[in-house]
Design a protein. Structure first.
Length: 106
């Protein structure tokens, strides 16, 4: 089963709360997860895999322009993981417009 790509950098209290939820999903429910984000910020991840992304789209950023400009953002990399067959789906608690734009444009 392909993992779910989780934008570890988006949302309130990220990446800590995002990591905790991803670990719980995988460890307690057997849901395969791959985190997407800056490896240096992703601590205590257990055996979760990471797709590296060096940029983060801010909550107040303009969605379309941000997705086009920030090609190494965690949102864009998560969408590309789905496009490339490395993940079955993506989730983000970050910028909703940018999440939609990344799904449409990538």
């Amino acid at each position: 089963m392909l993992p779910i790509a989780v934008d570890a950098m988006g949302g309130d209290n990220a990446p800590g709360e995002i990591i905790a939820g991803a670990r719980r999903a995988q460890e307690e429910h057997g849901i395969p997860v791959v985190l997407v984000g800056r490896p240096e910020d992703l601590t205590d991840i257990g055996d979760l895999e990471v797709i590296e992304a060096s940029e983060v789209i801010a909550m107040d950023a303009e969605p379309g322009a941000s997705v086009r400009r920030m090609k190494d953002s965690s949102l864009v990399r998560a969408a590309e993981a789905v496009r490339d067959g490395r993940a079955s789906a993506m989730v983000s608690a970050g910028n909703t417009g940018a999440t939609m734009a990344s799904a449409l444009l990538r």
